[in-house]
Structures are given as C-alpha cells and as structure tokens.
Design a protein around this ligand. Structure first.
Ligand SMILES: NC(=O)C1=CN([C@@H]2O[C@H](COP(=O)(O)OP(=O)(O)OC[C@H]3O[C@@H](n4cnc5c(N)ncnc54)[C@H](O)[C@@H]3O)[C@@H](O)[C@H]2O)C=CC1
Ligand SMILES: O=C(O)C(=O)COP(=O)(O)O
Length: 318
C-alpha cells in the first residue's frame, strides 16, 4: 500500500521539497488548510507522516493516526502538539530546532534597536505635530550604559547576544536550566527573573511556552521594571499577560514593546495594544525569510524521509 504524507496547514510559497520527497517514495501527498480539529482529523486519518505548522494536534486529532506514524512540526516550538498523548499512542513527534535561529535572532535584534532609540515614538509624533524635536519622546539611554536582559539562554538568545555585542551593551540573563558554561563563554551575567526585571533596560524573551512559563511577564514582573524599559517578544505569546503589559505601557514603565507573538493570535481587533504608538506588532513572522523557509522545508522533508525509511529521527522530541 502507498504511504500517505499529509500537510495540515502552512504559510509557505509552495511545498516543492515535500512534493519531491513524496514522489521519491511514490507516496500519496496532500496539502490542506485545516482550521478546526475536525478538519485536521479528516485530513490526516491513516497518514504515515503528518507535517503540521500551527494547527492544534490534540489527543482527539492524534487518535485517528496509527501507532508508528510520525508528526513533524514545521518549526521550533511544539506547544501545539499534545506530546503526552502522542507518546501514549505510539506516535513519534519531531521538530526542526535549527532551521531559523539566525532569522529569529535577526528579527529580535531588528525590533529591539529602534525601540531603544525611540524611533517608533518619534515617527508617531510626526503625525501630530510639525515641530518634533530631539528628546520629545523622553530620555534616551546610550547603548553603552544599557543593560539587555534575556529570558531564556537557548539557541536564539545566544544568537541575539552575538548580534548586539558590537553595540557595547551589557548582558544579563535568566535561565533555570541552562549550563553556567554558556553564560561564562558569552560573558552574560546570570541573574534571577526578579533581578532581571529590576536591572534590565531592554528585555527580550526567548523561553518556550510551557505550563510553568504562562504569564512569566505579568503584573508582578512588570511592577518591578524601571520606568522606560522596552520589551521584545519573539518567543511565545503565552509568556506575556497582555492586560498587564497594556497597563505598563500606559503608565510608562514600558516605553516600547515589539510583539511578534501574542496570546491569542491574531491579537483581537479590540485589544488596546493595537492602538498604542509605542507598541510594534508583527504577525508571528520572526521566523519568516527566504533562507529560513528553505531550511525549514528541506529539513522537515529529510526528517519525513527518515520516518518513511524506518530510520532514527534526527529531532524526535518524545
Ligand atoms: N516568533 C517566531 O517565529 C519563533 C519563535 N520561536 C520561539 O522561540 C523559543 C526559543 O527558541 P530557541 O532559543 O531555539 O529554544 P531553545 O530550546 O534553544 O532555548 C530555550 C531556552 O529557554 C529556557 N527556559 C525554559 N523555561 C525558562 C524560564 N522559565 N525562564 C528562563 N528560561 C527558560 C530553556 O532552558 C532553554 O535554554 C521557542 O521555544 C519558540 O517558541 C522559535 C522560532 C520562531
Ligand atoms: O511555526 C512556524 O512555522 C513558525 O512560525 C515559527 O515556528 P516556531 O516559532 O519555530 O515554533
């Protein structure tokens, strides 16, 4: 019987790599745009390999697969897949941890620097006044006296440090699970989350979405930050309590925020954050450029080939 390879959803320009890989195996290949659990269940029934981007892969969805099937997350975070249920059902899950580290780090860096220079705030003033002057956006701290605080010290955070280092910033970071040697080799001071809140002038989030990390950046954290701090989130929306963030932007503790991810996504039309000139929004796009998409689709397709050949997966997460 022919093998069956299904894409549940994606935002790519084409699926040429996947199609070629399926042809190599003379497999059935279908590409869907699943929006509901029912869509996904119907699309993947009896598949051998499932590629999933953002569609939720719940226990209910997984139950239509046979033991031995493989689910490949198009991406790094796999919080949309019920890993426990997959393991119980004998289904392997893999992600692609290394396709776009540079691209996400580029996006975080490109978001953070304009906030520190208050460029979005100046730009907004031009819509209201014909006499915009230096300093109209409040105090601006020089880069060489600015402390960057990283939440998470994994692959992307390390790449952000490399990109920001030439500007002369100092770096502090919190990561309960990362080895001290990583901090030492990068010259990053290890601190607690509490200390990071108090000392950082710019905070960039790079921790995964887990049950423990929900609203890590909430009212308590934001009550401790210095007036005029900036925040960048390219990790996962669930890390930030958006109501608490809106309050902190309103009272000036947060002078600027760049949110690539929010919970929920998309950000509701009536969210106050949409109208705030200090808040820059991008649509979960930090991973998105031509280089990273090519890597992602190629590496995911190679992983699928390994699954079909019965070989050990490169990036199995369960
Ligand atoms: N916006 C986008 O397009 C993209 C977002 N991401 C997100 O970025 C996150 C980070 O990616 P990587 O750096 O590749 O992951 P990674 O797994 O290399 O690093 C994550 C680090 O966070 C640490 N961590 C976990 N809980 C923490 C906590 N409570 N406080 C501080 N640190 C904590 C871990 O110990 C680990 O060192 C991913 O989980 C993913 O959700 C990844 C790619 C694209
Ligand atoms: O999942 C995607 O394709 C992305 O948007 C980026 O995913 P990640 O954030 O890598 O888990």
């Amino acid at each position: 019987m022919k093998k069956k390879i299904i894409v549940t959803d994606h935002a790519f320009k084409n699926v040429a790599y996947e199609q070629q890989m399926a042809n190599d195996f003379d497999a059935v290949f279908e590409c869907h745009s699943c929006e509901t659990e029912d869509d996904t269940r119907a699309a993947i029934a009896d598949a051998d390999v499932v590629f999933v981007n953002f569609a939720p892969v719940t226990k209910n969805v997984l139950s239509v697969l046979k033991p031995g099937a493989t689910v490949i997350r198009y991406g790094i975070g796999y919080d949309n897949v019920d890993i426990k249920a997959a393991t119980e059902l004998g289904i392997s899950v893999a992600n692609v941890p290394d396709y776009g580290v540079a691209t996400v780090a580029d996006h975080a860096t490109a978001s953070l620097l304009p906030l520190l220079r208050r460029i979005p705030a100046y730009n907004a003033l031009f819509a209201q006044s014909d006499k915009v002057r230096p300093g109209d956006v409040g105090d601006i701290r020089g880069f060489r006296s600015t402390v960057i605080g990283l939440v998470g010290m994994g692959r992307i955070a390390r790449a952000v440090v490399e990109r920001l280092r030439p500007f002369g910033f100092s770096f502090i970071a919190t990561d309960p699970y990362c080895d001290q040697t990583v901090f030492d080799s990068l010259g990053v001071e290890r601190v607690t989350l509490d200390e990071l809140a108090k000392r950082a002038h710019a905070i960039s989030l790079h921790a995964p979405s887990t049950a423990d990390n929900i609203h890590l950046i909430g009212a308590d954290f934001l009550s401790k930050v210095q007036q005029g701090t900036v925040l960048v989130n390219t990790a996962r929306g669930s890390l930030v309590d958006l109501d608490a963030l809106a309050a902190a932007v309103t009272d000036g503790r947060i002078a600027g925020a760049a949110l690539d991810v929010t919970d929920p996504e998309p950000l509701p039309l009536d969210s106050p954050l949409r109208g705030m000139t200090q808040v820059v929004l991008t649509p979960h796009a930090a991973f998105y450029d031509d280089d990273s998409l090519q890597n992602l689709q190629r590496l995911a397709s190679e992983e699928a080939a390994r699954a079909l050949l019965g070989e050990e997966l490169r990036c199995k997460v369960n």
